[in-house]
Design a protein. Structure first.
Length: 434
């Protein structure tokens, strides 16, 4: 049986001529025009990045290698006794575009097991940092500390050719993925559970082992598998994914790049959004004063929120024009495992009422919920009630997609990213108002 790296090498050799032909024969073909609003507004909607790993369709949501979320969950091999695919099978799928067999998925589980040992100095570093340090700071620091282990940095120094740099990128990415669950769970147990880390269980897959190290029984292992896959990638333009791509384009190794992306994910406009949604929802429940969350009660409370000048957190998305399929996947999990949980009942009723209220309000371009409207509820139900840790969970998942992407960036020899800037005077001249 061919290994993942061997299959990936074959895929790369087949793909490179496509990229080279586009550059050689069609480099001057226009893709689109850029407006002043896009130049000033954060380059939103500017088509200037390439990834074959995921695509965000406004009406179908995220597609991983061409498959929707339900199609992805249905196609990939599941861990025995689990309702969800293994993270390892998903890693194979993102890198190659092929659905792995159960045997191929197991080969990645075995490979990560051999790479999983976290250096002791990482734990020593975490323990020297003040205990009130934010979990994302701890997580980013742990990743950056391991940079000394980088195969990419070593082989680049030795003069490895540009088109072969994908191989040490793959090695670094695999080494990081194998360790991130252990690091995340260690931070959680050290900071929030009385400094009681739980040793890894090498017989388990990534999701099962993470749940074990968190100290949370089944079906939290399925929560982990689902959560990490759902949060893995969202095209290349979001802050965390783009940051990893940007830093890696300078041929900084994956440790530098992923740590930078985690720092971007920590922003309140990005990865911290799920924390803000849960805080708002719990405050919302307090205002209900124990009332049954009927449509009438929820509608009145939502209008009170909007009329006070506040927004409804977790609703709206820059690209999506329907309910985020990541929200739907988590909602289906809740309907199966915690249908009578009061917090979920409120969230579910908001989902039924809020879109009509927002459409009537008239200011929301997209009145549908995004992934953040649901994800915190599941974590809270299973006892992970420390808001600050939620983004670490997001970061573990986001690493899957970003590390797969930069492996392909190096495989196709993409150059350093360097867009051109304009002055305000230039923009005023272009607009004819100078």
């Amino acid at each position: 049986m061919a290994t993942l790296k061997e299959v990936l090498a074959q895929k790369i050799s087949e793909h490179r001529p496509r990229t080279m032909r586009l550059l050689k024969e069609h480099a001057d073909t226009e893709v689109g025009k850029v407006t002043i609003g896009q130049v000033i507004g954060g380059a939103r909607g500017v088509r200037c990045l390439v990834t074959d790993i995921s695509y965000l369709d406004p009406y179908e949501g995220i597609r991983f290698r061409g498959k929707t979320i339900p199609e992805t969950f249905a196609a990939l091999p599941k861990y025995p006794g689990s309702d969800y695919p293994t993270v390892e099978s998903f890693w194979w799928f993102l890198l190659t575009g092929e659905v792995p067999t159960a045997e191929q998925a197991q080969s990645v589980i075995d490979d990560w097991r051999e790479r999983a040992q976290v250096p002791q100095y990482v734990f020593d570093l975490l323990r020297t940092m003040p205990r009130d340090t934010h979990p994302m700071t701890l997580f980013s620091a742990a990743i950056l500390a391991m940079q000394r282990e980088s195969r990419f940095a070593e082989e680049y120094r030795q003069g490895l050719g540009k088109m072969d740099l994908w191989q040490p990128t793959y090695e670094d990415a695999s080494n990081l993925m194998a360790k991130l669950g252990t690091i995340g769970a260690y931070i959680y147990r050290m900071k929030f559970k009385g400094d009681t880390p739980i040793a890894p269980d090498p017989t388990l897959d990534f999701g099962g082992n993470f749940a074990h190290m968190m100290g949370i029984p089944h079906p939290y292992d399925d929560v982990a598998r689902m959560y990490f896959i759902l949060h893995s990638d969202h095209e290349s333009g979001n802050v965390s994914a783009h940051t990893v791509h940007l830093v890696a384009s300078a041929l900084s190794d994956p440790y530098y790049a992923l740590s930078a992306g985690i720092n971007g994910l920590a922003g309140p406009l990005h990865g911290l959004a799920n924390e803000n949604v849960l805080r708002w929802t719990q405050a919302f429940m307090e205002k209900l004063g124990g009332q049954d969350p009927t449509p009438e009660v929820i509608r009145e409370a939502l209008w009170e929120t909007l009329n006070s000048g506040q927004v409804i957190p977790g609703y709206g998305h820059a690209v999506l024009r329907k309910t985020d399929p990541r929200y739907t996947s988590q909602m289906e999990f809740c309907q199966k495992h915690l249908p009578d949980y009061p917090l979920f009942k409120v969230i579910n009723m908001i989902y039924k009422v809020a879109p009509d209220v927002l459409r009537e309000h008239g200011k929301a371009k997209n009145p549908w919920p995004n992934v953040d409207a649901q994800s915190g509820v599941i974590q809270w139900y299973y006892g992970v009630k420390e808001y600050a840790f939620y983004t670490v969970l997001f970061g573990i998942g986001r690493a899957i997609g970003t590390l797969a992407n930069i492996t392909w960036d190096r495989a196709l020899g993409y150059p350093i990213e360097r867009p051109k800037s304009l002055t305000t005077d230039m923009l005023e001249e272009i607009a004819g108002i100078k």
